[in-house]
Design a protein around this ligand. Structure first.
Ligand code: OGA
Ligand code: MN
Length: 296
């Protein structure tokens, strides 16, 4: 059924931090006209993370809005949590449940209630997603905030010495664990980082749309910078991660029901605070298929 299209003048309000903006005056469940879409494209390229509050989206609407940004990516391989999660058959391959809620003692989604460390979504794949969209259905009163950090600013503010140390270098992105540190199905501990399973990516990448350069770290655990002795790789990674995770590069999203947050997964990292495990947090997430990573 065709949706009523809306002629809106969206209002983009920057977060005031190093990335992130609110987009006001738009109902994502309705059709987005070309002019509005162009305004969103522009806002996204400037702010890297967009928040749309007060939305009411079912999975079909979440998938429809997500498809404005490209082809939907399949849900990631999980930890075995994705069983009885209330997702309709049409959405099951495309909508990931992120939740600590348990039904019959079993979690209905991924990531539990504990901290999730800084990461890029699915960067252990050769083609990491372009974007992820996370929609809040239930939130705890406090905790579970999600931090986003600007990896373009991280690259720009890197010392000349560290820039020189990583130019032309690639790094392994660990496929064996999720961002909460749990092993994915079929993986076990590997103590030698030279043998970590997962994609190899350039440490410095160029954004395919904006052309801007960013630091591409992805995930710390299991990382290895190719061509270096392990101790040198570890020392360089520690220096890069200490730089990239500085609070002044980040902005935190405090969730409210109806928030949809969409991030550019090519030039940002994110993490999540722990929250009270007896509180309920339920989010539905989509990802957009990415393009090949361009070294810079
Ligand atoms: C994710 C993720 C953080 C959160 O869905 O990729 O990292 O706030 N989620 O749940
Ligand atoms: Mn994530």
């Amino acid at each position: 059924m065709p949706l009523d299209s809306q002629s809106t003048t969206v209002w983009v309000q920057p977060s005031g931090g190093p990335l992130g903006a609110d987009v006001h005056g738009i109902d994502l469940a309705r059709e987005i006209d070309a002019e509005t879409r162009a305004a969103l494209v522009d806002a996204w390229s400037r702010h890297l993370v967009l928040r749309f509050s007060g939305q009411r989206l079912d999975d079909a609407a979440l998938m429809r809005f997500s498809r404005l940004w490209g082809e939907l990516d399949r849900v990631p391989i999980g930890t075995g949590a994705e069983k009885v999660n209330g997702i309709a058959a049409e959405a099951r391959d495309w909508v990931t449940v992120i939740s600590n809620v348990k039904v019959g003692g079993k979690p209905i989604g991924g990531l539990g209630a504990y901290e999730s460390v800084w990461h890029v979504d699915m960067s252990y794949n050769p083609l990491p997603p372009r974007a992820s969209l996370l929609y809040a259905i239930e939130c705890p009163a406090e905790g579970g905030d999600t931090g986003f950090s600007n990896m373009e600013l991280a690259y720009d503010t890197l010392s000349d010495e560290l820039k020189a140390a990583i130019v032309g270098k690639t790094c392994t992105h660990d496929a064996s664990r999720n961002s909460a540190g749990e092993f994915r199905r079929g993986f076990q501990e590997e103590t030698d980082p030279r043998r970590t399973p997962g994609a190899h990516h350039p440490l410095v990448r160029r954004h395919p749309v904006t052309g801007r350069t960013s630091l591409f770290l992805g995930r710390r655990v299991g990382a290895y910078i190719h061509g270096l002795p392990v101790e040198e790789s570890e020392a360089l990674l520690n220096a890069l991660w200490a730089h990239a995770t500085q609070p002044h590069l980040a902005w935190y999203q405090r969730w409210r029901v109806g928030d949809l947050v969409m991030w550019d997964n090519r030039c940002t990292m994110h993490r999540r605070d722990a929250f009270d495990e007896t509180a309920r947090r339920l989010m539905h997430r989509t990802q957009i298929v990415g393009e090949p990573v361009i070294a810079a």
